[in-house]
Design a protein around this ligand. Sequence first.
Ligand code: 5GP
Length: 183
Amino acid sequence: MIDQVGQDEVVVHDKTFVPYISPEEIDKRVKELGAAIVRDCGDKQPLFIVVLNGAFMFASDLIKEVPIDCQVTFTKLASYQGQKSTGVVREVAAIDIDVKDRTVIVVEDIVDTGNTLHHYLKDLKSRGAKEIKIASLLNKPEALQHSITIDYLGFKIDNKFVIGYGLDYDYKGRNFKGIYQLK
Ligand code: 5GP
């Protein structure tokens, strides 16, 4: 069993990670993001689309902070690196609700290169979404390759691999309460 409490480092598979963002910092920021969504979208009956797998914990905490009339669904996206430098993204678990004329809030764990969202946003626009907003727990500005505006961003982080709070390294680390960075 992995003991996270008071631990400086944690070894996951073959790599060592160090504490980076504490559960308390996450909790505070998630509450702020929730309040901002209520303020902006309180009367818009937004549709949250949670991008699995990594966003499950963030989405769970965030949406609890948004006590408004809203709907929630889930998608799973897969990107394929073809011959071209940009990958193509498709929904492997399609959402089961029409986005036409809706205010959509896409909930992501992390925007890294931005490739996944770049393609998915185009897809949602082509399906007639009226307004698309993005909520992401993390963003690595140095890695970003597309012009993407994150409306509700938790934290900007260094361009280093992180795990915890839903994010994994080969399926481990998702249950950590804080975010850990590769040492
Ligand atoms: P992007 O398309 O923006 O490059 O990255 C999309 C996905 O890559 C994220 O939703 C996430 O699943 C994964 N990813 C990117 N950076 C990290 C990271 O530092 N740690 C983990 N665990 N996943 C990451």
